[in-house]
Design a protein around this ligand. Structure first.
Ligand SMILES: O=C(O)CCC(=O)C(=O)O
Ligand SMILES: [Fe+2]
Length: 215
């Protein structure tokens, strides 16, 4: 842009072209918002992998609801569970880490969320406030993976970017907030809007700055 000498910051996601070749799958780059970087990805998981994650988690969700504190959280009304490791989960986590260009050991693990009609995730940041203890090894990037087609509602929105992503089975949205310019990080405010009809299943992978777990 004429008169604009500000250089673009480096990003973690450094894939060129329209595809990302991971060890076991070719991912398609569908759309990009440049700064902060938001990337819509296609062909990330097969239908079978999506179904397997849903079926596996449905049981876990049912079990984890019993005995859990029933504190109502108005910010996130969905129910969620971290995936137990199995062959599929390990393969998927490895693929996500190759897409995100961060070692799998830096991740929080794969979290599955289920939203039923009316449930939502209000605008929030995925990184922790500087004042919180968790920020010493803060999150730096997110991949939200859509595991099913939602009949109506449930878009992932970035209100400060005027951007909405409609859930579509097998697709994902990636974004990062590792910028030295904090204003760019602040623009990654995002939400899961209320589901109107049907269920919405997502798998979220958050990456940390440093190793977070040993797997
Ligand atoms: O459900 C969505 O669309 C967004 C999920 C999300 O923001 C998260 O898991 O951190
Ligand atoms: Fe989020």
């Amino acid at each position: 842009m004429i008169g604009n000498t500000t250089e673009k910051e480096r990003t973690i996601f450094d894939h060129a072209g329209n595809t990302i070749k991971t060890e076991d799958r070719e991912i398609r780059i569908i759309a990009k918002y440049e700064e902060p970087l938001v990337v819509v990805l296609g062909n990330v998981l097969s239908d079978e992998e999506c179904d397997e994650l849903i079926n596996h988690s449905r049981e876990q969700l049912q079990r984890s609801k019993i005995g859990q504190d029933h504190a109502v959280n108005q910010i996130r009304t969905s129910s969620g569970v971290f995936c137990e490791e199995n062959e599929t989960v390990t393969r998927i986590e490895k693929r996500f880490s190759q897409i995100m260009n961060i070692p799998v050991e830096n991740s929080d693990g794969l979290q599955i969320l289920l939203y039923t009609p009316g449930q939502e995730y209000q605008p929030h940041y995925d990184f922790f406030a500087e004042t919180s203890r968790a920020s010493t090894n803060n999150r730096i990037s997110t991949l939200v993976m859509y595991l099913n087609d939602v009949e109506d509602g449930g878009e992932t929105t970035f209100p400060m970017l005027n951007l909405s992503i409609f859930p579509s089975k097998g697709m994902a949205v990636y974004f990062e907030y590792f910028y030295s310019n904090h204003e760019l990080n602040d623009l990654t405010l995002h939400a899961g809007t209320p589901v109107i009809k049907g269920e919405k299943w997502v798998a979220t992978m958050w990456m940390r700055r440093q190793v977070f777990r040993f797997s």
